[in-house]
Design a protein around this ligand. Structure first.
Ligand SMILES: O=C(O)C(=O)C[C@]1(C(=O)O)C=C[C@@H](O)C=C1
Length: 309
């Protein structure tokens, strides 16, 4: 059976481009069945209910930070199955501003933009369209549809969505920062992680006891084993209470990472394993310290127990 891949749509979003990049890497670009879903939590729900085999969602923008809707949906509430990440894709992000027909920038009064996108182009839009007001769209591709259907004069969108809706490009390569990158995850149901590649990322969600030092202690399980943390986020779960999301360099099958996770399981109220997967080559860092080799110490310990030493 051909796997079904859900993504945050409609067609023409950056999320679809990220999914296409992952499918090309997996050699499935021409065979996969793709279905567009209206928001990231709905993609995750579809995986949990078995309506899709995999799903692609944005997780983090280098300018706007975490995508809260994705983060919250990743943490399963009681009784719901865990989802797991199997791959990531990083995309350089710049936007196309398009209108139904070519028009004078001074005549643009409303610009439809998805809020995460609006945050990445605020200054550029003020400069390009000084008389425009930004109106909310449901996605980057949805912004183009808003223009095609007459709800806004111009859209902050993708080149693909502008083409799909036969819009006229007013500006291309629009971004307040020229090094904006958004990272996307390919999610699926819980299962064995892909083989270690030597440049992997492992991600966990932690519910920690509300006691002094519990977060420091959790981070120290990585630090003391020489494991580099690449991301630390929190999301509120109640007044003054937080859930923590930690990404670490390495694979759960690396002895050091496995030991850190087992230690967290002993001390945390809940550890949700979000997966181990290859880092997108664009984000690979070569300077990180190499974790100490745990194989030798484990063999030493086994020999000690067996009385060989
Ligand atoms: O995939 C899209 O086009 C989206 O609308 C999502 C999204 C995001 O939520 O981060 C993706 C990339 C850009 O950073 C802006 C928006």
């Amino acid at each position: 059976m051909v796997p079904v891949y859900a993504y945050f749509g409609p067609a023409g979003t950056f999320t679809e481009m990220a999914l296409d990049a992952v499918l090309r890497r997996r050699g499935e670009a021409s065979t996969a069945t793709k279905i567009a879903v209206s928001n990231p939590p709905a993609v995750i729900d579809l995986i949990r209910s078995g309506g899709a085999d995999f799903g692609c969602v944005p997780i983090e923008s280098s300018l706007e930070g975490a995508v809260p809707a994705t983060m919250d949906a990743l943490s399963p509430s009681a009784g719901l199955p865990r989802v797991q990440a199997y791959a990531e894709a990083a995309l350089d992000i710049s936007f196309t501003v398009a209108a139904a027909t070519p028009m004078d920038p001074a005549d643009v009064r409303t610009v439809a933009a998805y809020p995460v996108a609006a945050g990445q182009v605020r200054r550029s839009i003020e400069e390009l369209f000084p008389r425009a007001e930004v109106v909310v769209a449901t996605s980057n591709s949805g912004a183009a549809r808003d223009v095609a259907e007459g709800r806004a004069d111009a859209a902050v969108t993708t080149a693909a969505a502008a083409r799909m809706h036969e819009l006229a490009t007013l500006a291309d390569g629009v971004a307040d920062s020229d090094d904006a990158v958004t990272r996307f995850l390919l999610l699926g149901p819980a299962g064995p992680p892909p083989e270690p590649t030597g440049a992997d990322r492992t991600s966990v969600i932690l519910d920690l006891p509300n006691t002094p030092g519990s977060l420091v202690a959790a981070m120290n399980e990585f630090a003391m084993r020489g494991i580099d943390l690449t991301r630390i986020e929190s999301r509120p779960v109640g007044p003054g209470q937080y859930r923590f999301y930690l990404d670490a360099r390495g694979h759960v099958r690396d002895a050091a990472v496995g030991e850190a996770l087992r230690a967290l399981h002993r001390s945390a109220e809940r550890v949700v394993f979000l997966g181990s997967w290859p880092v997108d080559p664009q984000l690979a860092v070569t300077t990180a310290a190499t974790p100490p080799d745990h194989t030798e110490s484990r063999e030493w310990f086994h020999r000690l127990l067996s009385g060989e030493l």
